[in-house]
Design a protein around this ligand. Structure first.
Ligand code: BGC
Length: 246
């Protein structure tokens, strides 16, 4: 089935039409800048613009970068505090007149990875961790998503771990990859203790730099790199609308 997949991020909003049976993008990607401040109405306008670019009338799936339950934003997180309590499904559906399914961005990227990437056929407990502006997570047991986990919000020194170990913090504090890798070691060690997973898959923007920090992470659980890289969020968002993952 063809579905328009949209990945809403802190800096960009990207979309493409996806063939959900193969995970292929069947159009070029189109990207708009995330408005600043990223308030609900402004972001919704950009979503409309993106839908119009594709002249799209069918189903749409969107990945959204905040804690989410049944399409409703639970906290504005890295986007904007005004999002808290907003039914994102409803807002985007009303703004565009189309049938939207909004899921968490990391769940979306992780779905794509498990179906079409590094996680294909992997059984047991698999934790896909995305390293970007925040730390996102998608947790799977025997290939099925356990939705809405927020493993970047486990705490370190009374703060969300993502405030210490996200890729945006590496940039902000100008950390070397070796230093950042040590922080990631603490993070993965903590998650390993909580979950005892069979496998970690690292996705998100920083996954292409894995070779620069992987050696710092010394844990028992195997760690592999995501394969879909930048496109996973778009592909998984479309799959969410197809499968009805909420
Ligand atoms: C949010 C998650 C999101 C992650 C990656 C975190 O700050 O709480 O919902 O998946 O960032 O965007």
């Amino acid at each position: 089935m063809q579905i328009l997949g949209i990945d809403v991020g802190g800096s960009g909003i990207k979309g493409a039409i996806v063939d959900t049976s193969t995970g292929d993008l069947i159009t070029e990607k189109f990207r708009l800048k995330t408005p600043k401040p990223a308030k609900p109405e402004k972001v919704a306008k950009k979503i409309k613009q993106l839908v119009e670019h594709f002249n799209w009338k069918g189903k749409v799936g969107a990945g959204f970068p905040t804690p989410l339950a049944h399409g409703k934003c639970m906290s504005g997180g890295n986007l904007h505090p005004d999002w808290k309590g907003v039914d994102v499904n409803d807002l985007f559906s009303k703004t565009t007149g189309l049938d939207f399914t909004v899921i968490n961005d990391a769940d979306a990227a992780a779905e794509a990875e498990m179906h079409f990437g590094a996680g294909k056929g992997k059984k047991g407990l698999v934790a896909v961790i995305t390293l970007g502006t925040g730390i996102g997570s998608g947790l799977f047991f025997n290939g099925s998503l356990i939705p809405n986990t927020e493993l970047g919000h486990t705490t370190y020194k009374n703060e969300a771990f993502e405030k210490y170990a996200a890729d945006s913090i590496r940039k902000k504090e100008d950390l070397s990859y070796a230093k950042w890798g040590k922080r990631l070691h603490k993070y993965f060690k903590h998650i390993e203790l909580i979950l005892s997973p069979d496998l970690f898959i690292i996705g998100g923007g920083a996954s292409s730099k894995m070779h620069k920090f992987k050696d710092q992470i010394d844990i028992e659980t195997p760690i592999i790199t995501a394969e879909n890289k930048n496109e996973a969020g778009i592909i998984g968002a479309a799959m969410g609308a197809y499968d009805g993952i909420k």
